[in-house]
Design a protein around this ligand. Structure first.
Ligand code: IVH
Length: 725
């Protein structure tokens, strides 16, 4: 099975598609382009780590679209053109948006905008020389949200997700002060509304968040003599999108996030009639929202008389973008008149009445001073360019990832070269080219190392590069850098999920010699922790509890946490389905692995290699001795829905504080019993489970006779009656 985080030679293949050397119509190239675009989408939306500029991504996407339009018979259902884009994490509780949250079409220059203006007039059958009024406003570069208000109260907030389903983040939204908890929609005759907006962190607030982290680092330095133990936030956008998904709303409040609302997504009156057409224009609906207490773009929101004025203003904004207090990556142009919007309508992907004007990537010239090599979790060697510190879009850039050896070769980079840097997606710095014409002969070729750059004290370890892979790897997982990365990965949220043991604390414990390898995590010298700054009895207890909890994790998490090359989350689950104990895998041959649908030879080979190494078997035994669970649990079995369950096919909602099980656990159990979790009380709801301090939801449910109201104990009793029958 493919490792979804890597795509061999993505850089060369991307360039070849864009410059036409590689053609979509040639054998197998359409499938390859789908995989490539899907890979870039994942980097951007899932890993928050864009590798190419928006412009390049759009070019690739367009190649796909154009090909599919002219060869509809070859269209593959899983093509990225067939959906709106996803940031859903596997385990998040998801909710359905009242209307899909679409994207925007992009434009990059005056011609694109003129063409779009003409296109709208053709569509609406208006004369080509007629002026349409357009509203323009900044295109905010943060995290999209959808807020649902019912009976004037904020009842639900969600991220954009894949456009149809989003992650529910109501508690976090409530920690954002610019989001009103209630608003007088009833004055407008609106019973239920969904608003769309963007969550952002102001540039100066972002800078002070990092200042605070630096101060904490200095305090840490004074105490331990070591530097930089808390990684700084990379950029405001990721800090905001990450902030939206944090577990603790109190932490959300500390990030100083704000929400700008930029459109209504849905609004109905008491008779369930759409009331959006009551507003005559976009600017009027924004004024109304502003009056209701929402933060909407202020003076930067303007109505232009015609497309020429739009172009002038957009080009002006491009020059001035740095002076705006928030990160923006373009302007959004919207047909102002509501009736024209309605006539223009939507495609499956975007409204036809709006378009984004994307700013050009910000660029600066710098110099390549040196290349350093980092060793990752599975020994992957990543070259990192150290460059002359250079200001780019308000941030000082000192180092930039060079991805792999092929990237260095394809860009013809030498130490001492003048280079052009830009921020891809306006976030991740990227070396777009070198200037060979400026060389004076003193530049040096970059020698990719032959041996592991970290493990040099004892015998040198030769790096390996497997066929079809773009990265060189150190085949031995014993050296410090790898071991540290491996431990950080093991405790991470997606793996063993040990709360309170984030990367910075693991590094600190590593430096102090408390954690040298995985078993040490489960055998921490708690008595020494109390002497450390920031470690009070309470936090030590919490850490202990989190570690004890991790010991009981299902084995699919444990397998994934081992960081075996190519063994992803899904494959770990598939393996866990088939075994009672992790150690059983040591006796499996390749055929046994290949009997499992979706497990391929690459995963099989890597798992076999892991279990053939006696040091790894000793490691597993040591972990088991320390209490880490290696036996399959009920959560390692495929979920089967009991058709006789009273919850099967029903909808359910939990409200108030549950005393016996956590909300998430209760929701999962209900789901396993065939129920669907929904978020609002209405006649569509079958069961409302009320915990302590249940409030308005309970009251409302009592008025709807078709809803069965259960206490937590009654819910558990019903669940159990179902499992014992
Ligand atoms: S209007 C029906 N206005 O851009 C779609 N979107 O590429 C209406 N965005 O995910 C979108 N600022 O979150 C609109 N002023 C603005 C915006 C904006 C940022 C985001 C939005 C969406 C993305 C589309």
């Amino acid at each position: 099975m493919a490792d979804f985080k890597t795509f061999p030679h993505w850089d060369t293949i991307t360039e070849e598609f864009i410059n036409g050397q590689r053609k979509v119509e040639d054998v197998n190239q359409y499938e390859l382009l789908i995989e490539l675009v899907a890979f870039h989408e994942r980097c951007y939306y899932v890993y928050n780590d864009a590798l190419i500029s928006d412009l390049k991504f759009d070019q690739l996407f367009k190649l796909l679209k154009v090909f599919e339009q002219s060869h509809p018979e070859r269209l593959l259902e899983h093509s990225p053109t067939q959906r709106v884009g996803s940031d859903l994490s596997e385990e998040a509780p998801s909710v359905e948006h009242l209307n899909p949250m679409l994207s925007l079409e992009n434009s990059y220059n005056a011609e694109d905008l003129l063409e779009w203006d003409q296109q709208i007039k053709r569509l609406l059958q208006l004369p080509a020389n007629m002026a349409i009024e357009y509203a323009i406003e900044p295109k905010f570069d943060g995290g999209s949200i959808a807020l649902v208000y019912e009976n004037d109260l904020l009842v639900r907030a969600a991220t954009r997700g894949n456009g149809v389903l989003g992650e529910e983040i109501t508690a976090n939204a409530k920690a954002i002060r610019s989001i009103p908890m209630s608003a007088k929609f009833s004055d407008l005759g609106i019973l239920k509304a969904e608003l769309r907006g963007e969550v952002l962190i102001r540039k100066d607030v972002f800078a002070s968040l990092n200042e605070k982290r630096k101060e904490e680092n200095i305090a840490f330095f004074n105490e331990t003599g070591k530097e930089n133990k808390i990684p700084l936030f990379a950029n405001a956008r990721n800090t905001a999108t990450g902030g939206l998904r944090m577990k603790d709303p109190k932490e959300v409040a500390k990030r100083g996030m704000e929400a700008f609302i930029y459109t209504f997504g849905y609004a109905v009156d008491a008779n369930n009639e759409n009331v959006l057409s009551k507003f005559t224009s976009h600017h009027e609906s924004m004024d109304i929202l502003s009056n209701l207490g929402f933060k909407v773009p202020g003076a930067e929101r303007e109505v232009c008389k015609n497309i020429e004025e739009v172009i002038k203003k957009c080009e002006n904004w491009q020059i001035q973008r740095d002076t705006y207090p928030y990160e923006i990556d373009g302007m959004v142009v919207k047909v102002d008149a509501r009736d024209l919007q309605e006539r223009a309508g939507f495609t499956a992907h975007h409204p036809r009445w709006a378009i984004a004007f994307k700013f050009k990537a910000q660029q600066a010239q710098s110099e390549l001073l040196d290349v350093e090599y980092q060793v990752g979790k599975i020994g992957t060697i990543t070259p990192v360019a150290k460059i002359k510190p250079t200001e780019l879009a308000g941030v000082t850039i000192r180092s930039i990832s060079l991805h792999n050896e092929d990237f260095i070769t394809s860009k013809d980079l030498r130490i001492g070269d003048a280079i052009l840097i830009e921020r891809a997606g306006d976030v991740i710095p990227y070396i777009s080219k070198s200037f060979p014409e400026l060389r004076d002969g003193s530049e040096k070729m970059i020698q990719f190392p032959v041996h592991c750059p970290v493990n040099q004290t004892e015998t040198l370890v030769l790096l390996v590069r497997e066929q079809g892979e773009s990265a060189w790897r150190c085949p031995q997982c014993v050296c410090g850098a790898q071991n540290l990365q491996r431990i950080i990965f093991h405790v991470s949220k997606e793996a063993m999920d040990i709360d309170g043991l984030g990367a910075s604390i693991v590094e600190r414990f590593f430096d102090l010699g408390f954690i040298k390898s995985l078993p040490d995590i489960y055998n921490l010298p708690y008595e020494k922790l109390i002497q450390l700054d920031n470690f009070k009895e309470k936090s030590i207890n919490n850490l202990k509890n989190a570690i004890d909890k991790a010991k009981t994790n299902p084995i699919h998490r444990f397998l994934y946490s081992l960081g075996i090359h190519h063994l992803g989350k899904k494959a770990s689950r598939l393996l866990a389905y088939e075994i009672d104990n992790v150690l059983e895998l040591a006796s499996w041959n390749k055929d046994r692995f290949l009997q499992i649908k979706d497990i391929g030879p690459v995963v099989a080979d890597n798992v076999i290699a892991f279990f053939q190494d006696q040091a790894n078997i000793a490691l597993l035994e040591k972990l088991e001795e320390l209490g880490v669970n290696l036996k399959a649990t009920i959560e390692d079995r495929p979920k089967e829905v009991n058709a006789d369950s009273p919850f099967n096919g029903k909808t359910i909602l939990f409200t108030g504080t549950l005393m016996v099980m956590g909300r998430k656990e209760a929701q999962e159990k209900a789901e396993m019993a065939g129920a669907k979790n929904i978020s609002a009380v209405s006649s569509n709801l079958d069961f409302l489970v009320v915990g302590e301090k249940a409030g308005s939801k309970r009251k409302k449910a009592e008025e709807i006779p078709s809803i069965t109201i259960l206490t937590e104990n009654e819910f558990i009793a019903l669940l159990n009656s179902e499992t014992s029958s």
